[in-house]
Each structure stands twice: as C-alpha cells, then as structure tokens.
Design a protein around this ligand. Structure first.
Ligand code: NDP
Ligand code: 2IT
Length: 447
C-alpha cells in the first residue's frame, strides 16, 4: 500500500472515532505522516498498535464549573482534563482558559504534549485541560471564584504523582495561585500538584521565563548548526502574553531586534526595536493593567495594524507565540518571500499544514512547537524535582539546565531528522518524541 494511502486510512479511523475535532485531526495527521514510514521499518510498533493506542486518551474528565459573578448571578462553564498518556511519568501539561476551548482543542494540545514532554528527557507523561471560561474583563474576585470552583472538581483527579497541571493561555501566576490555594484547602496537603507556582510557595525560578527563553534558545541552536546566530537578526513575534514577552527579552539579550508584538485585536510594528524599557512597559500593560497592545503604539508613536497578524513585516526570524493556526499558507509565502529563514514556534501548532509545506519547500529552519516550546514544560519538570527534593535551585542553575535540555532536543531532532545536509525538525521531533513513549508502552504490556 502506498504511503499516502496508509496515512489516509489511519486518519479516516481517527476522524470517524473523534468526529468534529478538527484541531485534534490536524495534530495527529502531522505526527502520523512522520511516524508511518518509521513504524514500517520497525514493525514491532505496528504489531502492538502503539500508534492507535497513543491517539486515544487514557482518560477524559469533563465537568460542570458553576460560579457566582460579582452581580450574584450564577455562571456555568465547562471544565476538562485530558489524561492522554502516562507511559513515562505522571500526566503533565497546562490548563487553558479561553472561550474557544473545546474537547478537540484540548485533545490536540494533550496529544502534542505527550511527544513534547518525552523530548525534554524528563519523566513526564502528557495531559492538558482547561475551560471555556474567558478571564478577560473579569474582576480578580470573579477569577478567584471560578478557579476555586474549577479546582473543587479537578482536585479529585490530580496529584503530584498522578497529574500535574500548569498554565497556558489565560492561566498565569494569578490563576495558579487561586487553584493551588483551593487544592491545599480541600486535600489538606502542601504539595507540588501544580507548576508555575509563586517563588515563595514552591515555584521555580525561570519557570515564567522558560517557554519564551527556550524557544529563543532553540532558534539560536538551529542557527548555530548553520554557523550563524541571532545577533543582528530582525525578529517578528506574535502574541504579547507570557511566551511572547520572554521571547522578546531573550532575543534582545542575544543581540536580535524584535519589531512586532500582537494580541487578538492587531499588531504593533516598532522598527526601532522593542528594547528593555519598552518591554517593561508591555509587561506592566499586559500583566498588571491587563490592557491592549494598541496602547503601546499610542505611547511610543508607532504603527498599530488593527485586526492583522505581523507576518507581512520583513524579518529574518519569525516566532509565532500566540495560538494555533495563526500562520496560514499565504502568510508563510509572504514570510519566505521577504527573506525569513527561521521559524521557532513558541505557540502550540501555530502553523497550518499548508504553511508547514511552504517552509518545507523553501528548506528554511523550522522548529515546530513540540520541540521549540518544550522549555516551559521542561522547567515545570525541574519545578517538580525541586518540590520532591524540598530544595530550590538558583536562577543560573535552572537556566543552565534549560539551555542543556533545549540543546538535547535539538540533538534529538538532528539524530532522527537529518536528510543529507538538511535537518527536518518535524520528522526529528515526532520520531524522537515517539520512541521513548512507545518503548515504555511496549514494556508495560497491553495498557
Ligand atoms: P497568554 O495568555 O499569556 O498570552 C496569549 C497571547 O496570545 C495574548 O497576547 C493573546 O491575545 C494572544 N491570543 C490568544 N488567543 C488568540 C487568538 N485566538 N487570536 C489571536 N491572538 C490570540 O498565553 P501564553 O503566552 O502562555 O501562550 C501562548 C502560546 O504558547 C499558546 O499557544 C500556548 O499553548 C503556548 N505555550 C505556552 C506555554 C507556557 O508555559 N505558558 C508553554 C508552551 C506553549 P489576547 O490577550 O487579545 O487574547
Ligand atoms: O504547552 C505547554 O507545554 C504548556 N502550556 C506548559 C505545560 C506545563 O506543564 O508546564
């Protein structure tokens, strides 16, 4: 049977079993395209139906989250936790609070997480969860009541050796604090059940920075492999949340110039570069004031492009750091035509399949999310280690470990993805992430 036919047959079953879950289909498709040829060469995986098992969550938890808003009115949201795979460690992955959250979105994120966590070299299984709750425009008290109600149910299913959630879109330090407080209150246990905690109560230094720093280190290592570096490069970044902010900080530190940031309303273009002082303004605007990126353009007198994404701006390096499917085929073509030759994905699955095909045709350096953004969960893993040891490491120690992990992920991609003088990072990350999980599943029997 031809390769294409095998992929299509596999996907037809996935689509029939998981109807309407488009993002999940997309994520599985990308992985099976890399894995089917590999599995053919290693038939013990196909005989044991490892791929079929990996695409089915071990457990899906769905629950009601009722809470009272500031007017005393009852609101109802959906809560989810997808426990995808525990072959190599407790389920691990973020929680997303965003109105677009649904089962298909969380299953795609949980599926990606399994491979990503395996790539980090740390013992973490894969999971993801969240809610269709929209924190935008809510008071701190409303966010707290929501988080408490969410954790009242979630706490029955998680634990430091079972499932360890963290942040993602709409879930940062504030939300982790409210959820940790509620878990501790109900279970009467002070334990590392969540990562991304505050420094004074079990958090790790560098965890807030880790995803953005890690995606920047990954870009640097891809460039280093070509005898180049980020120094002097013009970089476009989308998003202005946790990942975008710390990517901006690290790119600037390594000598690159970041010229864009965005949010769901549009992007700012600052050709002078977003330096340390301007980034401090963005951090205050986004993390404290919870305002819109448009205000940056008003403050610094630069362009704001309403309702648009930054991929039309000429750059050497692009870092999509906002959300899934935020770079389409047309935008990928524009990036390449304008000379962009490095893509490092801080976000999960930000490029559409058509955009990825454009990068592949152009043979540019393309670091897919499951490799490039693994620094966040890697430092979450380090936070778990520190919690178990009841110790905390210095900033330098954690940052050095993060750099080493990103370097190791690059080496894994190189090992499994090298084709002549080209590294196919998609293939390398998919196979590299798969092998460890698959071998563990084989060793553990029919589970
Ligand atoms: P934040 O909530 O801190 O920031 C998200 C940013 O993306 C905001 O600027 C937001 O704009 C923008 N955004 C979100 N959804 C959309 C949308 N549908 N359309 C346009 N813009 C959007 O989240 P993070 O920075 O933590 O996450 C960003 C990405 O990185 C996500 O894909 C996440 O899964 C991924 N990631 C995060 C990790 C982490 O440790 N936090 C680890 C690995 C990956 P607005 O405010 O207008 O909504
Ligand atoms: O997508 C991701 O890797 C995250 N949101 C971070 C997960 C984690 O457990 O730190």
């Amino acid at each position: 049977m031809a390769f294409e036919q095998k992929v299509n047959d596999f996907m037809a079953k996935i689509i029939a079993k998981n109807p309407g879950e488009n993002e999940f289909h997309q994520a599985v498709h990308e992985v099976v395209e890399s894995l089917i040829p590999y599995i053919e060469e290693n038939p013990h995986y196909s005989e044991a139906k490892v791929l079929e098992r990996i695409a089915e969550p071990e457990r899906v938890i769905l629950f009601r989250v009722p809470w009272l808003d500031d007017k005393g009115e009852i609101q109802i949201n959906k809560g989810y936790r997808i426990e995808m795979n525990s072959a190599i460690g407790p389920y691990k992955g973020g929680l997303r609070f965003h109105p677009t959250v649904n089962l298909g979105v969380l299953k795609f994120l949980a599926f990606e997480q399994v491979f990503k966590n395996s790539l980090t070299t740390l013992p973490m299984g894969g999971g993801k969860g969240g809610s269709d709750f929209d924190p935008k425009g809510k008071s701190d008290n409303e966010v707290m009541r929501f988080c408490q109600s969410f954790m009242t149910e979630l706490c029955k299913h998680i634990g430091p050796n079972t499932d360890v959630p963290a942040g993602d879109i709409g879930v940062g330090g504030r939300e982790i604090g409210f959820m940790f407080g509620q878990y501790k209150r109900i279970r009467n246990e002070f334990t590392g059940v969540l990562t991304g905690k505050g420094r004074e109560w079990g958090g790790s230094l560098i965890r807030p920075e880790a995803t953005g720093y890690g995606a920047t280190y990954f870009a640097e290592y891809m460039l280093n492999a070509k005898g180049d570096s980020l120094k002097g490069k013009v970089v476009t970044i989308s998003g202005s949340g946790n990942v975008a902010q710390y990517a901006c900080e690290k790119v600037t530190e390594l000598g690159g110039k970041v010229v864009t940031l965005s949010d769901s309303q549009g992007f700012i273009y600052d050709p002078e570069g977003i330096d340390e002082e301007k980034l401090a303004y963005v951090m205050h605007l986004k993390n404290v004031k919870r305002g819109r990126i448009k205000e940056y353009a008003e403050k610094y007198g630069c362009e704001f492009h309403e309702g648009q994404r930054p991929w039309g701006i000429k750059c050497d390096v692009a870092m999509p750091n906002a959300t899934q499917n935020e770079v389409n085929e047309e935008e990928a073509k524009t990036l390449v035509a304008n000379g962009c030759f490095v893509i490092s994905e801080g976000a999960n699955m930000p490029s559409t399949p058509e955009a990825i095909a454009v990068y592949a045709d152009a043979k540019i350096l393309y670091g897919p999310g499951k490799a490039a953004n693994a620094g966040g969960v890697a430092v979450s893993g380090l936070e778990m280690s520190q919690n178990s040891l009841r110790l905390s490491w210095t900033r330098e120690e954690v940052d050095n470990r993060l750099k080493q992990i990103m370097k190791d992920i690059h080496a894994t991609c190189e090992k499994y993805g090298t084709e002549g003088d080209f590294i196919d990072y998609v293939k390398g990350a998919n196979i590299g992430g798969f092998v460890k999980v698959a071998d563990a599943m084989l060793a553990q029997g029919v589970v």
